[in-house]
Structure formats: C-alpha cells, structure tokens
Design a binder for this molecule. Sequence first.
Ligand code: CA
Length: 225
Amino acid sequence: MRILIVEDEARLAQALGQILQEAHYSTDIVCDGEDGLAYAVDGQYDIILLDVMLPRLSGLEVARRFRAAGGRTPILMLTARDEISDKVAGLDCGADDYMTKPFAPEELLARIRALLRRQGELVMETLSFGDLTLNLTACDLTCGARSVRLGHKEFEVLRLLMLHPRAILSKEELIVKVWGADSDVQDNNVEAYISFLRKKFFYLGSRVNIASLRRMGYRLEEKNA
Ligand code: CA
C-alpha cells in the first residue's frame, strides 16, 4: 500500500511518514500543492493525505483538480482549522474524509483502514474520453456497442493519455511511466504502441484520435463529426 503525504509542515510530514511506515505503508512526502497534484495524478497511490493550507495550490484546489482529471484515489484531508465550512468545502472538492489536527496516530490509521475498505467497493472503474471508455479492471476499450481488449502496454499508454486529457505527453514521459526510467525502450517502440492504439480506435469506429505533435509528443483529440 502506498500513501502520498502532501503537507508543508516538515515536522508533521515526517511524523506522519513515520507512523505510516511503522504500520507498513510506503510513503512519498511532498510539501506544496503543485507537487502534490503532480504526484497524485502520476503516482499509483492507495490513499492521499492532503493538508488544506498549502503553498502554491491549496489542498481544496488539489482535490478539485485531481478529481477533475479523473483521479479516484481516496483523499483524507488534514487541517489545523476546526471549521465546519472547511469540512464541507473539502468534501465538496472531492475529499473522502476529514481530520482536524492534532490527531492521535491510532485515529489516523483507523481512518486509513476505513478508506481502504471503502475503496474496495468503488464502482467507478472507468476513464472516458470522447466516445471511448476504458475499463480499468478488465483492460478493455469500448466505443458504442463495440469493445476491444488492450494489451498491457497499450492499456498503460492509453490510461496515461486519458488521465491527462488536455496535456501533451512526450515520448520520454511515456517511456518512463510505462516502461520505467531504466528500460531500454526506444522512441520507435512508443510509436509502435501508438499505432496499435490508433488501429483499435479505427476498428471501434471511434472519433478519438491520438494526435502526434512534432517534437512534442502525443495528445488525445476528438475529430469533428
Ligand atoms: Ca499547512
């Protein structure tokens, strides 16, 4: 189980990391909202602990943007302020639970266990773009009545493109995130997988295309009807 800690108070962040590591969770710690959002979107976390008052981007905004980008990881909001308005705002922005600082380690661990249990019941298991729906558990891609099974790497490439629907993803980013930074995968391997995906889009009759932007990378686009 991996937990992302987004907390700008260094001592609290360290203490949280220690509590969680002792409970056998692995953790990454970032200390501002922008990094928090980037890690949350790119990382494969099981829970996100998110402070509300953060430099660069507030915890509320991080949660809102993360959900808007299709992020489904449970978020446990942390705040120093015991105000009902913050709690409501946090939940409205997509947080799943809320804790007021200071809190006992036992309570934190209990809430994390509760969120992990709840996650098992989540029904939202898909990502969508245009007329395409990617099923994240079955690894199949659907357009209207047609459906096709994706290979593991095809699935990973498309999942990244769908998670960042308006962003341009470079070949280097795709290589690092899909194959790993130490892999010896080349640009033309990425091109091959993009071409497999385009063929599957065509087979499905989808209006979605993976646009190549010269020297920049790839982006999902919807062709006009
Ligand atoms: Ca703070």
